[in-house]
Design a protein around this ligand. Structure first.
Ligand code: PGA
Length: 253
């Protein structure tokens, strides 16, 4: 059956020194306290991946993710980091299509499809983000809009390739706002997306796909969210910057 996953997206936060402290606290707490069937991933700024990977690799159920990568393999792309570079330093996952990347860096579904391909080619796991704005939620058709993000960036994959993808549903109105989707809202969207995956890849592949919830998830609401039958964990922003709270979230299944 599908994996339970809690991933911490640190975004553009922490100095090197602070990052080392946070990562080593998380590593110790996860090792001592978190069930081994829960996979815990941290996604620090790219600059810290090499150093922090040495800490996470010591714990069997931990992984380390980049927050983004290039859609190109290599070459004259100043400032970019490739999937093969990430693989070479021991990264395990790459977050793709976060709403902040879509909004501030104009990442389109088409570019994201290229990123998904290159991440999979390098044997890394994409954590593919999707989600609607508040305006979309208040209008008709937001379920279909989120499903179309999956269709446009993922449905060119074979079933075997798709089997390696993790989905993160993150309603944009809930990210960093303190406004969490209710567990019913999360469950409804996750079930809808799983049904959408089943129409393309069949029920078995859909049932094996981990769909994470993200958006103001914290130690107080994680238990109720993770208890929903189609919510397989969380992509955690703000609350992943505190080791105690992040670990408590990973213990909320
Ligand atoms: P948040 O962010 O938990 O701070 O709302 C979630 C995310 O952006 O992944």
């Amino acid at each position: 059956m599908r994996k339970k996953i809690v991933a911490g997206n640190w975004k553009m936060n922490k100095s090197m020194e602070e990052a080392l402290i946070l990562a080593s606290e998380v590593v110790h707490m996860v090792k001592d306290e978190v069930n081994s069937d829960v996979q815990v991933i941290i996604a620090p700024p790219a600059l810290y991946l090499t150093t922090l990977q040495k800490h996470t690799e010591a714990v069997a159920n931990m992984g380390i993710a980049a927050q983004n990568c290039s859609n190109k393999a290599s070459g004259a792309y100043t400032g970019e980091i490739s999937a093969s570079m990430l693989k070479s330093i021991g990264a395990t996952h790459v977050i793709l299509g976060h709403s902040e990347r879509r909004q501030y860096f104009n990442e389109s579904n088409e570019v994201l499809a290229e990123k998904v391909n290159i991440v999979l080619e390098n044997d890394l796991t994409p954590i593919f983000c999707c989600g609607e704005t508040l305006e979309q939620r208040q209008a008709e058709g937001f379920f279909e809009f989120v499903a179309s993000q999956l269709t446009d960036s993922l449905f060119h994959l074979s079933a075997e390739e798709f089997g390696k993808v993790v989905i993160a549903y993150e309603p944009i109105w809930a990210i960093g706002t303190g406004l969490t989707a209710s567990s019913q809202q999360a469950q409804d969207m996750h079930a809808f997306l799983r049904g959408h995956l089943a129409t393309k890849y069949g029920q078995e592949v859909a049932d094996n796909t981990s769909i994470l919830y993200g958006g103001s998830c914290n130690e107080k609401n994680a238990q109720e969210l993770f208890a929903c039958p189609d919510v397989d964990g969380g992509l955690i922003g703000g609350a992943s910057l505190k080791s105690r709270e992040f670990t408590n979230i990973a213990k909320s299944f």
